[in-house]
Ligand binder design. Sequence first.
Ligand code: NAP
Ligand code: MG
Length: 479
Amino acid sequence: MTNIFEYAPAPESRAIVDIKPSYGLFINGEFVDGHGTSFKTINPATEEVLAEVAEASDADVDEAVRAARRAYTRVWSRMSGAERAKYLYRIARIIQERGRELAVLESIDNGKPIKESRDVDIPVVAAHFFYYAGWADKLEHSGYGSTPLGVAGQVIPWNFPLLMLAWKIAPALACGNTVVLKPAETTPLTALLFAEICQQADLPPGVVNIVTGAGDTGRAIVAHPDVDKVAFTGSTEVGKAIARAVAGTEKKVTLELGGKAANIVFDDAPLDQAIEGIVNGIFFNQGHVCCAGSRLLVQESVADEVMTRLKRRMSTLRVGDPLDKNTDVGAINSAEQLAKIRELSQIGEDEGAERWSTPCDLPSKGFWFEPTVFTGVSQAHRIAREEIFGPVLSVLTFRTPSEAVEKANNTPFGLSAGVWTDKGSRILSMANKLRAGVVWANTFNKFDPTSPFGGYKESGYGREGGRHGLEAYLKGADA
Ligand code: NAP
Ligand code: MG
């Protein structure tokens, strides 16, 4: 924690969540033991073991896919869109009603600050279900037809556990598909609470199946012959393996992969707002954000001024207990991720970039990394090219708009970008030239269910959110 201000902790109570000692798999509307082993999920802020969670074997995945197929054929694909919508609206309302419980559980299992899980993750999760509930009876107007694909196999990462689940499950169900979803190994608990919410909403058994496990469970879902569609969010490396695994099959695939977004600050930008946008862009969710603004491109004439203000602002960030309502930066999700962040940061120093980290006392237990910025970064540096997926910002400078575009696009990724300028015409011309799925202007990390999100190049293919997000779960206009 920083010692700049006097500080009184304001921890959110965890009494609202009821974490069970162990969890089974959610198959066909019930929690079952499964045939595999189990693993532990921990609180990354304390290293406390939270629960023992079943690891789904190939046989369990097979059972889940069968349950999903039965529910698809007998119930879900036969139901009218208006009927399906009722279930989705019900789920959305229960998410709102149980919002505090979901937010606290997400922060405990993931390490993200409660103010983010409470004010961003959970409200956007509910908004996704509300939004796609609205589409369920209007699919003939989607432009993609109204015929579902069948069973969707969905594999998600640990950075936004419940939000990624919502992005996957809401459109799939609205379109009439059934799902088998695997949450990440380090963050299974909110997906399991979501399974309880499905029971509470009386969702027909088998429409949603949650199989916990690690990479092998994910692989079994992707490889299952009776899965019609694979939806994956995660690393580019695993995304490529999945693309290879489904090549030559009939399976439809969407991949949402990594990023290395440029956040571009011109000299006419409102600097105080830009500083807030830079901080939000890279320190939101500890920088565990695929679209994080991890490359700051700042116009040379204001570079010194921006750096002075940025460091001053970074010094006020509170790092610590995720359940404290004052916390800005929580825990790194796992020891493994912390090791990756440390390794790449060390590489940054070895490559000759200059490192500055906020002065803060980190808790003795748990996984932590101080908000860090590297200056003097060149385009060839690994910290400018590779995703660090942590609270680490690399700063490069530019002189002209065309140099900014060239540097911004000089990356294998293309998920998002930010532009800070007073000129509307410059925003439009930059947005046209940046090879990124999302371009934010004078803001960053804004999410809305109505807006499609997805990447170019190695950031993946397919779009999630908005009308475009329906395409991934429908057979197409001429089916
Ligand atoms: P990851 O290692 O690719 O894991 C993602 C999910 O895939 C996890 O559930 C993982 O299981 C599972 N998995 C691992 N190997 C698999 C395999 N061979 N076949 C099928 N599934 C497999 O990624 P991560 O480290 O968890 O997440 C961070 C990455 O996700 C970053 O690169 C980030 O940019 C990207 N991301 C992208 C978006 C987006 O929308 N574009 C959003 C969020 C994150 P376990 O981890 O449980 O073992
Ligand atoms: Mg955990």
